[in-house]
Design a protein around this ligand. Structure first.
Ligand SMILES: CC(C)(COP(=O)(O)OP(=O)(O)OC[C@H]1O[C@@H](n2cnc3c(N)ncnc32)[C@H](O)[C@@H]1OP(=O)(O)O)[C@@H](O)C(=O)NCCC(=O)NCCS
Length: 190
């Protein structure tokens, strides 16, 4: 079993496992149409649906087996402002998939980038990943920009590769390797 030492602290954030007490904060962003706009299979959630989501996420505090998802609540003095997740996709290939959802009230300050970077630090460091990829809807520009800020390379633009709301949608795939992450970390450290 692998899990970060909690809490993870960054200059502006604290990351820790989700708890049931986070329901109000999580519902505040999961219920917003603008937040779920580009997310597959997710309409704005009811409070009941958010309760199911928070209950599931509360159990995602460690990577125990391939397929597991590590979900962390990203907190400030304002409470939980978003979540970041790492899905363990392959043991042999040491690969995981990154995901993130943030409340728009806290957007535009680099907080999602800071949180995702902290999870990647753990994934490439202690957990020993070789590659992390992330995917988004071709029109999810904020997500694509975030992946770019993280130093992820765009590896693919799959044209009309999946059904999204009954229509064919493009999907962008970004990735970063452990050696690329180390270079970025060294540059960031000056
Ligand atoms: C994807 C998402 C997390 C991006 O949020 P975001 O606020 O754009 O990202 P950040 O918190 O990293 O902030 C970056 C912005 O702040 C600016 N910024 C200000 N200070 C900054 C700093 N210190 N460091 C980095 N960026 C900073 C950046 O220039 C950038 O602005 P820009 O995109 O207009 O160029 C958010 O849009 C979201 O949650 N969307 C809904 C859920 C979703 O679609 N998830 C992805 C599914 S694939």
């Amino acid at each position: 079993m692998s899990q970060p030492t909690y809490p993870i602290r960054t200059p502006r954030l604290t990351l820790r496992p989700v708890t049931l007490d986070d329901l109000d904060d999580v519902y505040a962003f999961q219920s917003r149409p603008d937040v779920v706009r580009w997310m597959l299979g997710a309409g704005p959630r009811t409070r009941e649906q958010s309760l199911s989501s928070v209950t599931a996420m509360a159990g995602e505090d460690a990577l125990r087996a391939v397929g597991d998802c590590l979900t962390l609540a990203v907190t400030t003095d304002a409470g939980v402002i978003g979540t970041v997740e790492l899905v363990w996709r392959s043991d042999v290939d040491r690969t995981a998939e990154l995901g993130y959802v943030f409340h728009p009230d806290h957007g535009g300050r680099g907080l999602a980038t800071e949180a995702a970077a902290a999870v990647l630090d753990w994934g490439f460091g202690e957990f020993g990943l070789h590659r992390v990829f992330a995917r988004c809807h071709g029109r999810n520009e904020a997500s694509a920009r975030l992946m770019g800020r993280l130093g992820m390379r765009q590896e693919a633009h799959h044209v009309e590769s999946y059904l999204f709301g009954g229509e064919w949608a493009d999907q962008l795939v970004f990735a970063v390797l452990d050696r690329e992450w180390r270079v970025r970390a060294a540059v960031a450290a000056g």
